[in-house]
Design a binder for this molecule. Sequence first.
Ligand SMILES: [Zn+2]
Length: 466
Amino acid sequence: MRWPGVTAQGPRSGPADTACEDIGVSDSPGFSFSIGTRLDGRHGRTGVIQTPHGAVATPAFIPVGTKATVKAVLPEAMSDLGAQALLANAYHLYLQPGPDIVDEAGGLAAFMNWPGPTFTDSGGFQVMSLGVGFKKVLAMETVDVQNDDVIAKGKERLATVDDEGVTFRSHLNGSKHRFTPEVSMGIQHQLGADIMFAFDELTTLMNTRGYQEKSVQRTHQWAQRCIDEHERLTAARAHRPYQALFAVVQGAQYEDLRRKASRDLAEIRGAEGTEFDGYGIGGALEKHNLGTIVGWCCDELPEDKPRHMLGISEPEDMFAAIEAGADTFDCVNPSRVGRNGGIYVDAGRFNIDTLRFKRDFTPIDDTCDCYTCAHYTRAYIHHLFKAKEMLASTLCTIHNERFTIRLVDRIRASIDGGYFDEFRAETMGRWQGRITAPRGAPDPVAVPAQAPDSRSNPVVEGRPFA
Ligand SMILES: [Zn+2]
């Protein structure tokens, strides 16, 4: 079956052309969310997030430019391939170049010459990950292990958490720093992104139930401090465009903790009555229960505010999260995987640097509409990787980001068009190899499936420092 085509539409193309029922969620100047089509009996929906720097049609994939750049790719290229917004990281930009520099430049978007909306995450994930040595000792199989001190062997703990905040050492030069909710808000206001996240404590699947309970309580208290400081800074910086603040729901794999955390965060108000503009869903979870956990949170969160799932990009994860109610999500994987020669196509993932592509003079994916597939062959990109040329990363990042964005664009169209379930079945059937793959399809076993990345799941192959 053929689905309606979706072409690239970046921020230069203007606001999304989606008919929406505006239910007036926010009276914050320049920020609003309106819902379009809902999935029958589920929380999934289409919509539009309006920010001072433009609109984001949802569901949307938000590519990550950790240090105010999507590695190896020009901002113009990200716009051309359909990115609607970019997400940068407060921890990295705090250390380098410093939030005052970004503020002086006029904010993140102006600093990086990106014409559209921007997000910053709070830095909590990166700071916490200094403390527990993610990836170095943790693995999905050890989910039953209960341990509150999961330090990698031979590694020094670089961060310690207390009720007031986190003290950590820079991964760049070992210098000592301290993040509190107020510090994170100050940094993010200086960075000037349209959407910011409250400073939260990230736990792992390894932590005990007792620690998870304590941590959810701590994240709740920090959320209150974040909104108080956000309210103060918004008033003090009224000359700047409005910045929206999302709270982050934690609670690991525990239904009662996730539901309670969601309800409690939804009730938080600043002294002047300021509410969170939306909600992030993060924390420890596994691929198989991702949709279930997002569903618990969305049962409890206000329906009229956007929800961002932190750190996913694999097709099965995006379908599950969207169905369960996530409106936006981000992940470093499309670019990180691309820089390592991993290519996403409808039939799965393959590595372009393997020998079989040495004389393959066809595009990476002849069904793809990206710049790379329009102009370059597999043999050329294979050569670039073998020769360790930088252009290899550029071309593969362009393709992978376009693949991910286009898939989410098509999912959005499938919700509006009333064929989400059919589109999911066909897409996932092809991705998992149950439908005959197109010419040149990858070896099904060439690359293992990826777990959700980064802030949604620390126990993955990705490094915490994108
Ligand atoms: Zn392509």
